[in-house]
Design a binder for this molecule. Structure first.
Ligand code: NAD
Length: 291
């Protein structure tokens, strides 16, 4: 049993913290929202992030974006200063690489960036994938806990490498999803049925996760969000956020990524047209409307 602080109990953090309680750990939780603070039965609610971190061997955070993470760790009354010197601090939020490195360097504690893929369903089922940047010994110390919230934990390299992996992966996902949407729209225009395109492409070189698991048209993959009017899943708002992080990192690194830029522009259009809360595969509507 480990003593754990968990801060940020939203759609993702609450089920992750519940899985740590289920695994038998002593979990102290904090969230700015009083309702969220009560969402982890068996955990001890704290009055602040610092109070949740005091005395903890491990501290997890699952917060909206980089500024929240910087403030929570390095701000006045922050987690870094409040936690024991030997604590391992693990940020599971999706944030920019630069902030992840800044918090790793500035906190004076072992700090890992450990964003996840798998979404709310994965958080609830304990099947997340963690991609982790930071010290290898700190990763080894926390790996068992990660595997109590997920089914895979991959050490990707030094500080920031987890966020870099997440940004690269989600940019690939965005691009394959959008070109899959375009292929279905083109098929519609050419009189080719959705099912026929699916049957061919799923057994050919056009095959991808976006097609075979998350097919953006209803029918071929009964469980995909297209079959329930694009209720997420993974929202277009979050995809737009992740693309912004990837393209921001690319700009800082001095590399031009025209396909990623185009994906970001399409998602911005879909979100501005009111699609932000829909699943990201719903961007097929924007592509249809542009024709
Ligand atoms: P959310 O908005 O549901 O939850 C965020 C929680 O953080 C809220 O309960 C909020 O009250 C709390 N919070 C904000 N600032 C705080 C502070 N200073 N101290 C304590 N609590 C604070 O967001 P979410 O969907 O749980 O996502 C969290 C992170 O996970 C984001 O970075 C997101 O990009 C990433 N993510 C989300 C998904 C998904 O499907 N929802 C998938 C993968 C990654």
């Amino acid at each position: 049993m480990a003593r754990i602080g968990f801060i940020g109990l939203g759609n993702m953090g609450a089920p992750m913290a519940r899985n740590l309680v289920k695994a038998g750990h002593a979990v102290t939780v904090f969230d700015l929202s009083p309702a969220a603070l009560q969402s982890v039965p068996g955990a001890t609610p704290a009055e602040s992030a610092a109070a949740a971190a005091t005395g903890a061997a491990f501290v997890f955070t699952m917060l909206p974006a980089g500024p929240h993470v910087r403030e929570a760790y390095l701000g006045a009354g922050g987690i870094a200063a409040a936690s024991p010197a030997e604590a391992v601090l693990v940020d599971c939020s999706t944030i920019d690489v630069a902030t992840a490195r800044e918090v790793a360097e500035g906190g004076g504690r072992a700090f890992l960036d450990a964003p996840v893929s798998g979404g709310v369903m994965g958080a609830e089922a304990g099947t997340l994938t963690f991609m982790v940047g930071g010290d290898a010994a700190a990763f080894a110390a926390v790996e068992t806990l990660l595997l109590q919230m997920g089914r895979a934990a991959i050490h990707c390299g030094a500080a920031g490498a987890g966020q870099a992996a997440k940004a690269c992966n989600n940019m690939m996902l965005a691009a394959t999803m959008l070109v899959t949407c375009e292929a279905f729209v083109l098929a519609e225009k050419l009189g080719l049925s959705h099912q026929a395109l699916f049957d061919v492409a799923s057994k050919s070189s056009g095959q991808s996760w976006s097609l075979t698991t998350y097919c953006p048209v209803p029918g071929p993959v009964p469980g995909s969000p297209a079959n329930r009017d694009y209720v997420p899943g993974f929202s277009a708002n979050l995809m737009l956020k992740d693309l912004g992080l990837a393209l921001g990192a690319a700009q800082a690194a001095g590399v031009e990524l025209p396909v990623g830029e185009t994906a970001l522009a399409v998602y911005r259009r879909f979100v501005e047209a009111g699609g932000g809360a829909k699943d990201f595969s719903g961007a097929i509507e924007t592509i249809r409307d542009s024709g």
